[in-house]
Design a protein. Sequence first.
Length: 151
Amino acid sequence: MSERETTRLVAWSNEMRQVHERLREALRLVQHSADESALSDLLLYCRGFCTALDGHHRGEDSTLFPAIGAAHPELRPVLGRLEQDHSMIAYLIGGLTAAMDRTTDPGELRTHVDGLGAVMENHFRYEERLLLTILETLSLDADPAAALGPL
């Protein structure tokens, strides 16, 4: 395998780490804005974070996970669990979105954000532990934004 091919393969692992870190940073910004910012800023940050997190999971479900499942059929149960996590996170995003539409209480929004953040972090750690090494060997010719979301 050439150095260029090795670099391209390892790049998927690095891409996932970077996307997860950007989402973690976005969550920290939302949490900070719940304590420090005007409600309009908090709503903006929450909506942006929710859109980014949902886009990330849609990319994984539609592009990345099918490629992993094809190359590593033994990981299909793991991928199924990760997709279930995505459904649960989408449900929590829906709850946060509904709260944003009905409330002006930053404390209520913070409660939703903190719950979503805890589930997201648990999901990311599980995903990283089981998939980063696999991504270093995955031959996937796809746009990173399609596979991991537009971050």
